[in-house]
Design a protein around this ligand. Structure first.
Ligand SMILES: *[C@@H]1O[C@H](CO)[C@@H](O)[C@H](O)[C@H]1NC(C)=O
Ligand SMILES: *[C@@H]1O[C@H](CO)[C@@H](O)[C@H](O)[C@H]1NC(C)=O
Ligand SMILES: *[C@@H]1O[C@H](CO)[C@@H](O)[C@H](O)[C@H]1NC(C)=O
Ligand SMILES: *[C@@H]1O[C@H](CO)[C@@H](O)[C@H](O)[C@H]1NC(C)=O
Ligand SMILES: *[C@@H]1O[C@H](CO)[C@@H](O)[C@H](O)[C@H]1NC(C)=O
Length: 191
């Protein structure tokens, strides 16, 4: 019984480490995007929790699709995928169409989320035309498997991703903290 518990704990621990690695990919991309903007003399983008929540939800939708030369940043402009259940995804993040209209959703597919390729998929593709926009002030990044999704927000009521009818629950930052706490407790239990 004791060894079964340890096994379970170890597998959960491994899962937590994967999630934290995921956050690393996202932080690297955020840094890269802000360096790109600073090279254009544009203001840095600040993290927006609800945009991050939506980015996570959309990455979740994409995760089982393989990378091809017509997915992600290779998409021909005007043929972007319609997200199934988009209103449902918005609602999950306490958002609605009114406050997200002027934002921008940009999915990219990169095997193993290689950090150099991830950054160039945003700064050296059609997406660069959005990343250089002066109207964008906030950003949320989510990733699942080979997919990484960037959501840009504005400072206007039509794109600031302010909470819709529901109140903000800060879910995105909470999960990271709970994972770190979990990791810590697991280590203690394994000793
Ligand atoms: C950014 O600002 C610096 C100093 O004002 C200027 O020398 C440089 O040409 C600007 N770069 C761009 C891309 O506008
Ligand atoms: C995408 O890949 C397919 C098969 O590998 C190829 O036939 C097609 O020309 C490629 N399209 C573009 C736009 O590169
Ligand atoms: C984007 O990532 C793909 C890998 O999925 C890579 O083949 C492609 O060269 C990258 N595109 C850019 C513009 O960096
Ligand atoms: C942003 O990039 C696009 C595409 O490269 C270009 O057409 C546009 O003029 C750029 N806008 C700014 C504000 O630099
Ligand atoms: C979205 O939320 C905003 C802010 O709470 C509200 O003013 C607006 O009426 C809502 N729109 C819809 C379509 O629910």
């Amino acid at each position: 019984m004791a060894s079964l518990q340890k096994l379970l704990l170890l597998s959960l621990l491994f899962h937590s480490l994967l999630i934290i690695k995921c956050d690393d990919d996202e932080d690297n991309l955020l840094q890269g995007i802000n360096q790109y903007r600073s090279s254009l003399n544009l203001t840095a983008l600040t993290k927006n929790d609800r945009a991050e929540c939506l980015a996570d939800e959309i990455a979740e939708q994409f995760k089982n699709q393989p990378c091809t030369n017509t997915t992600g940043s290779n998409t021909v402009p005007g043929t972007e995928p319609q997200y199934s259940d988009y209103p449902k995804l918005l609602a999950k993040c306490h958002l609605n169409v009114t406050t997200t209209r002027d934002g921008q959703i940009m999915p990219a597919c990169v095997p193993n989320l290689d950090s150099g390729l991830v950054l160039s998929n945003f700064t050296k593709s059609q997406y660069s035309g959005y990343l250089n926009g002066t109207q964008y002030t906030g950003i949320g990044i989510g990733s699942e498997d080979n997919w990484i999704v960037v959501v840009l927000t504005t400072s206007t009521p039509e794109g600031n991703y302010s909470p819709g009818t529901n109140s903000d629950n800060g879910a995105a930052s909470l999960t990271t903290i709970s994972h770190i706490v979990f990791l810590f407790i697991s280590f203690l239990l394994l000793l």
